[in-house]
Design a binder for this molecule. Structure first.
Ligand code: GLU
Length: 568
């Protein structure tokens, strides 16, 4: 086995041995190797176990998701939704799988309005059944498994069932999240699982989840039908509707859910082709727009993280986020000008609004081609960070880049069947109209709420696979992913170094800088350029894998608790 460039190796690699490290570059003489980077060590282990058994990247992603539901319940789970980007080496093809939650058929645009007509408070809307969308994770994973699975569906459940039966130790991060969510103990379903004697489960507590194990056993044998119909479906409906903040979800909504295959949105950038997830997420489009807007600038000549690099990326972000807030929503419902927003002429014209010497302040939305006038109201974002991203490459060279979410930490704060129910409907605009104009992302029956999740696959110019990357982080996700793409594609950084770079965020407002040293000079320089600088903790959760001539190069975000595992 050849090894190179492994900055934080905790165990020595050898062909045939499992590798347990936080970042690595590895390849065996006899092939390209396989690798998984997820947000939790248990999930990375489950993924690796499937890959070692000859499973595909999709098999490994399913095993990891089933474990994440248990060990990282604050972030994602089978009661939530996900987007999965898939690279198929043999067909040289990227496919986008959409498992986003849908609004129940009884939902109306006024779902989050009070009787006065004003929007509800955010947490008022989050907690309870009101914001529970029809979960899409299992339907999507089954669709991807039908296309790309190599192991039997039921075999993918073994690691999660074992952990749910035998228990796992509560991590510092999980303990912190339980402690931080003040309303989590309000409902008996979550109180019984995550609290003991009225206190958040301590770090190291062995958490067993027999109800989840029972749900998994049933879904393992009977497939997702056992989730979308029958006992589990009944429990979801009962829990969501039987709450003082009652939900609208019905058995019919669950039975009618369908995951979708969609065409990815792709655009050339430098010597690469970047493919993102299309609507209903704004992630792919906005991130490709930012790249298109900075393309005329020689970013590679700038130092990573230098004030000028942060300035140019921030200004491009302002412009892209301005368009995002107006035009992006579920394209099955809204007329999203996908082609217009990615049009070279449009982007290069908008790029000329960037002044290297001065911030433009708040950007206004543009008018992309084939869009005669702005007839929409702007969407206002509110979300709290949760969500999870995983990247996996299998021995055949197929790859998965999947971002998965229950929306806010612990979703709707209620559980059925041993798993958290999402609050994804709060990703809709609470106000259906602004200034008399309809908001594209308003609630409508059967519609998917606009997301920011940005699972991304990058190809070389010749169409070969290069990288899989993504992150959690609410509407900041787009900036985390784009910034990391710039580090990989303009600055040729290795995956871990790209993930480690101090974060900066601009969502068409202040410029947020991650509170890491050295900061002062950068903050001062940006203030001189007219930025309103805010220094804060920024907890991205990037997980990615890159293919290089030396082999697979993986990284896991040290801001969370994930690890990269690989073996041959
Ligand atoms: N619900 C958000 C979305 O789909 C993600 C939330 C998060 O990352 O914390 O964009």
């Amino acid at each position: 086995m050849k090894l190179s460039n492994f900055p934080s190796v905790h165990a020595l690699l050898a062909c045939g041995l499992v590798v347990l490290i936080s970042s690595l570059t590895a390849a065996c003489d006899d092939g390209g190797g396989h690798m998984a980077s997820t947000a939790n060590p248990h999930a990375s282990r489950a993924a690796l176990a499937m890959l070692d058994k000859g499973g595909s990247a999709v098999d490994a992603a399913i095993a990891a998701q089933l474990v994440l539901t248990l060990v990282e319940p604050q972030s994602s789970g089978i009661g939530g939704g996900a987007f999965l980007m898939h690279w198929e080496e043999e067909a040289r093809k990227v496919t986008a799988y959409d498992g986003r939650e849908k609004a129940p058929m009884a939902a109306t645009p006024s779902l989050f309005l009070k009787e006065s007509g004003d929007p509800m408070g955010f947490m008022e809307a989050v907690v309870g059944g009101r914001a529970v969308g029809v979960p899409g994770v299992l339907a999507m994973l089954k669709l991807a498994h039908d296309d790309h699975g190599r192991l039997a569906w039921k075999d993918l459940f073994a690691p999660a069932i074992t952990l749910a039966d035998n228990g796992f130790e509560v991590s510092a991060r999980l303990h912190g999240m339980i402690t931080g969510m003040k309303k989590l103990a309000d409902h008996a379903s979550t109180r019984e699982v995550y609290f003991k004697d009225g206190k958040p489960l301590p770090v190291g507590h062995l958490l067993r989840n027999p109800a989840y194990a029972a749900s998994l056993r049933s879904i393992a044998v009977n497939g997702p039908d056992a989730f979308y119909e029958g006992e589990i479906a009944d429990a979801i409906v009962e829990t969501a509707r039987n709450h003082s903040n009652a939900g609208l979800i019905t058995q019919q909504d669950l039975g009618a859910y369908e995951a979708k295959r969609r065409s990815p949105v792709c655009r050339p950038y430098r010597r690469y082709r970047v493919c993102g997830m299309p609507p209903p997420t704004s992630g792919g489009l906005t991130s490709l727009m930012i790249l298109g807007l900075i393309e005329p600038y020689s970013i590679s000549a700038l130092r990573p993280g230098s004030p000028m690099a942060v300035h140019l990326i921030s200004e491009a972000s302002r412009l892209a986020y301005a368009d995002r807030s107006l035009y992006m929503a579920d394209a099955d419902f809204a007329d999203v000008p996908v082609g217009g927003l990615l049009d070279d002429g449009y982007l290069h014209g908008r790029s000329r609004l960037i002044d290297p010497g001065r911030s433009m302040g708040k950007a206004s939305a543009g008018t992309p081609p084939r869009r005669s006038a702005q007839t929409l109201g702007a969407n206002v974002d509110v979300s709290l960070p949760s969500t999870s991203h995983l990247a996996i490459v299998d021995r055949w060279g197929d790859a998965v880049s999947m971002t998965t979410s229950v929306e806010g930490p612990f979703g709707a704060h209620i559980m059925a069947g041993g798993f958290i129910l999402n609050n994804q409907l709060t990703d809709f605009s609470f106000r259906p109209e602004v200034g008399g104009r309809p908001v594209a992302n308003r609630v409508e029956p059967g519609k998917r709420p606009r997301s920011s999740m940005s699972p991304t696959i990058v190809l070389h110019e010749n169409g070969d696979f290069f990288a899989a990357i993504g992150s959690p982080g609410g509407s900041r996700i787009i900036t985390y992913v784009t910034q990391t793409l710039v580090a990989l594609l303009d600055w040729d950084m290795d995956m871990q170094s790209a993930i480690d770079l101090p974060r900066h965020v601009n969502r068409n407002g202040g410029t947020e800088l991650e509170a890491v040293d050295p900061l002062q000079d950068r903050a001062d320089a940006l203030r001189k350029l007219g930025h309103e600088v805010k220094v804060r903790t920024i907890t991205s959760g990037l997980h990615g894998i890159r293919r290089t001539e030396a082999g697979l190069d993986g990284g896991a975000d040290r801001r969370r608790e994930g690890i990269v595992l690989g073996s041959q």
